[in-house]
Design a protein around this ligand. Structure first.
Ligand SMILES: Cc1cc2nc3c(=O)[nH]c(=O)nc-3n(C[C@H](O)[C@H](O)[C@H](O)COP(=O)(O)O)c2cc1C
Length: 311
């Protein structure tokens, strides 16, 4: 059993120290680990061509078809080898840093386990390690108080959604702007070690038996997000996974979110397959539309020119 530790912060910065603390605790329980740094990898940004999804519908593997000569093959291999992943990142602008988001984009459809099943069902030769049960835990460090980093951690769910890793734990370490400043907070260090132990305790379990050990400070019982979108008539929705529900008041007078148990979540395998089917269908509908509406594009093709930066 092996944990992949990804540091998205500075070399020997706060994210790295907490990641290493978690991995040390995991190693003490007999688990292997490997560490990589986001800043050591050259990851090209997704260009949004949808080629991965289209390839999966046509007998391809669903891997990226457009971008080559970067380190995504390296990252994919490291990911496929692991049974658990810990991602440790700083908060930038109240969320995970752009470079992590960029990696997340590349791991969207192209790392989607259900898209791999979809591709396999259409004849593609898929690496069977995509289907291993995996667990995940997140660490986020911030220079500011908690209110300056709380949108970052819940969004890390989207990484686990694609790869179908089960979230086990997450921790935040606010008030640490300088590299290594987490060492001033023994409670953060102990919490990181606990996160490592928590992850190990759930590794190798069947997916439906993996427990959430990250505390109860969430509003969405599905993805454990702390973020809510409130609509009209008490309707609400998890801002991370989109699960709908409504606001209610519990017997103690606390406002709570009640979910509709019949609506399946965005990371549900059944949902994922329907999602890919519907995207492919939309592409097909659009091909038909283009055949009959070629002239509509001319209006935009012929409008203006874009200013380029000087070279
Ligand atoms: C561009 C930039 C944006 C930042 N934005 C935030 C922020 O929104 N909230 C916060 O708490 N800290 C913010 N920080 C501070 C970092 O999260 C903090 O320094 C963290 O310890 C860096 O982690 P590292 O030591 O692992 O690199 C920002 C830092 C930089 C460089």
């Amino acid at each position: 059993m092996k944990i992949l530790g990804l540091n998205c912060g500075r070399n020997m910065g706060n994210s790295e120290i907490l990641l290493k603390e978690a991995l040390m605790a995991a190693a003490e329980l007999g688990v292997e680990y490997e560490m990589i740094r986001l800043h050591d990898m050259n990851i090209k940004p997704c260009i949004g061509c949808n080629g991965c999804i289209l390839s999966a519908s046509r007998g391809g593997t669903g891997d990226c078809v457009a971008l080559h000569d970067d380190d995504m093959d390296f990252f994919r291999e490291k990911f496929l080898e692991c049974d658990g992943i810990i991602i440790s990142a700083p908060a930038f602008n109240n969320t995970a840093p752009g470079l992590f988001r960029l990696l997340g984009d590349r791991c969207g459809p192209a790392f989607d386990r259900e898209m791999k099943r979809y591709a396999q069902a259409r004849g593609a030769n898929i690496d069977q390690r995509w289907y291993k049960p995996r667990v995940a835990a997140w660490i986020m460090v911030g220079g500011g108080p908690m209110s300056h980093l709380h949108t970052g951690l819940p969004l890390m769910f989207h990484f686990s959604k694609s790869v179908q890793a089960r979230q086990v734990d997450r921790m935040a370490a606010p008030l640490c702007p300088a590299p290594g400043q987490v060492l001033m907070h023994p409670d953060y260090i102990e919490r990181a070690a606990q996160l490592g132990r928590n992850l190990v305790s759930q590794m190798g379990k069947p997916e439906n038996e993996v427990e959430w050990l990250g505390g109860d400070d969430y509003v969405c019982p599905h993805c454990r997000s702390t973020m809510l979108v409130i609509g009209q008539n008490n309707e609400c929705r998890c801002a991370t996974c989109g699960k709908p529900g409504h606001l209610a008041v519990d017997p103690e007078g606390h406002v709570i979110m009640e979910f509709d148990p019949d609506v399946i979540a965005v990371d549900d395998p059944e949902y994922r397959i329907k999602h890919f089917d519907s995207i492919i269908q939309r592409h097909e509908d659009f091909k038909e539309y283009i055949r009959e509406n070629k002239e509509k594009f001319d209006r935009y093709r012929n409008f203006g020119t874009f200013t380029l930066p000087p070279r």
